[in-house]
Design a protein around this ligand. Structure first.
Ligand code: IFM
Length: 461
């Protein structure tokens, strides 16, 4: 069988990603305040396996060993998130120096190991005290975010050269405020729309702050995006396509790239009663200009497509994920996500040609499979290895089409707390034994190490 070697650009950034609540633990240590995820996970019935992120991977205490592990894997970059309530226990005002010191040590440790830090400022753990004042539904939370961005970047801005403001505003909007499966567990469509605007506004307000405090650094936002694919019977699918593309993708991409909120989606929301007849009443003069602040890169998180079937009624936007077509010809991960590597190429091409971000990083891509250690302690996660290989091959095709793809971050460095699923879903390229906190690189992690070392890989022909 012949094989083709897929070589990546010389300066391609090979990384792995995590987030604070999912790995740090130490939920009430070192002066940290309570977050909405602490509150949510401590509320019985919220998390499928009844677990919490109280300890998670204990990364707060084990960060130095984890950096050594990253170095061993040859990672060039590490994407982590900063826990807002570790820095500002009440969301604004009094700063917790111990929190800043933790991230400062982590950044220094990474740089010493030759690993570029890519911090994300908001990966969902809002200080609970801000939620008590209305959370993201309140404009003052966007102001507090700009203050938080200022404090973090004043302390780390001399060493951090890549900043990500938010992770997946879609997920915060929909899972946190529309269907309630994530913290803060709200189920209110009009609130969710307001939340989406304040998230984007806070991003826009943070961009100049980061530029001021971290001269020369690259700044971006990470969006989860979904390619839409017609299902087997694709007649009449166009209006469905327009609607769901608006709901998942354009609602966030359009305002970020200066096109304002898509008028067709606004009209849909007015018709459905999610917005008043006069539309986006929460958008104030200057907001859209702030949101469209030029950035240096777009972070793309890609997991799965949405398969459209014309027979799904248009009113079903509350359950868009039921649109995943359960065809036997497709593979699914343990979390029920359809495996569709070509979707990554489609998405990257589309974003590049339609929005033209200066650079794109794949800030997350990965799969949940539960394979654990065998008798010899080896984790043979062949399905994840194949998943990563096929998605990287798809990303490579996008580069060949001219997409300015600058890097790839696998989700995730290690198994961790998968939000409402608890520890039942494992996304890591490193196995974590939650009882002993032992880490074992899985076969996919060892394969990734080789890919990084060779700056590419051979695709079986
Ligand atoms: O674990 C999450 C991550 O926090 C955000 N993006 C999707 C991942 C897998 O569900």
């Amino acid at each position: 069988m012949s094989s083709q070697f897929l070589a990546f650009p010389d300066d391609f950034v090979w990384g792995a990603a995590t987030s604070a609540y999912q790995i740090e633990g130490a939920w009430d240590e070192g002066g940290k305040g309570e977050s909405i995820w602490d509150r949510f996970a401590h509320t019985p019935g919220s998390i499928l396996d009844g677990s919490t992120g109280d300890v998670a991977c204990d990364h707060y205490h084990r960060w130095s060993g984890d950096v050594a592990l990253m170095k061993e894997l040859g990672l060039k970059a590490y994407r982590f998130s900063v826990s807002w309530p570790r820095i500002l226990p009440s969301g604004r005002g009094k700063v917790n120096q111990a929190g800043l010191d933790f991230y400062s040590r982590l950044v220094d440790g990474l740089l010493e190991a030759g690993i570029e830090p890519f911090p994300t400022l908001y990966h969902w753990d809002l200080p609970q005290s801000l939620q008590n004042e209305g959370g993201w539904a309140s404009r003052s939370t966007a102001e507090a975010f700009a203050e938080y961005a200022d404090i973090v970047s004043r302390h780390l801005g001399d060493r951090v050269k890549h900043w990500i403001t938010h992770n997946e505003p879609w997920t915060v909007t929909v899972m946190g405020h529309q269907n309630g499966s994530h913290a803060p567990g709200l189920r209110d469509y009009p609130t969710a729309l307001k939340v989406s605007h304040h998230l984007l506004l806070s991003h826009g307000w943070a961009v100049p702050v980061l530029r001021r405090n971290s001269p020369g650094a690259e700044i971006g936002i990470a969006l989860v995006l979904f390619p839409l694919v017609p299902g087997p019977s694709n007649t009449g699918v166009l209006p469905v396509f327009r609607k769901f593309d608006g709901y998942f993708n354009r609602w966030f991409l359009d305002p970020l790239y200066g096109r304002r909120y898509p008028a067709d989606v606004v009209a849909d929301h007015i018709e459905a009663g999610h917005l008043p007849p006069d539309g986006l009443t929460f958008v104030e003069p200057g907001d859209l200009e702030a949101i469209a602040a030029p950035t240096d890169f777009l972070g793309v998180n890609y997991y799965c497509p949405v398969i459209l079937r014309s027979e799904v009624p248009l009113e079903s936007e509350n359950e868009p994920l039921i649109l995943l077509y359960p065809g036997p010809e497709y593979e699914y991960t343990n979390m029920g996500m359809m495996v569709y590597p070509d979707g990554l190429r489609q998405l990257l091409n589309r974003v590049h040609f339609e929005y033209q971000p200066g650079k794109i990083y794949i800030t997350e891509n990965g799969a949940s499979y539960s394979d654990g250690p065998d008798r010899d302690g080896r984790v043979q996660d062949q399905r994840r290895l194949k998943f990563l290989r096929d998605h990287l091959a798809s990303a490579h095709r996008a580069i060949e089409c001219g997409v300015p793809l600058a890097g790839y971050f696998v989700w995730s460095l290690m198994d961790n707390f998968e939000w409402n699923f608890g520890y039942a879903q494992r996304f890591g390229i490193v196995w974590v034994d939650y009882g002993t906190q032992q880490r074992i690189p899985k076969d996919s992690g060892l394969w990734y190490k080789q890919v990084i070392a060779e700056n590419g890989f051979a695709m079986p022909g």
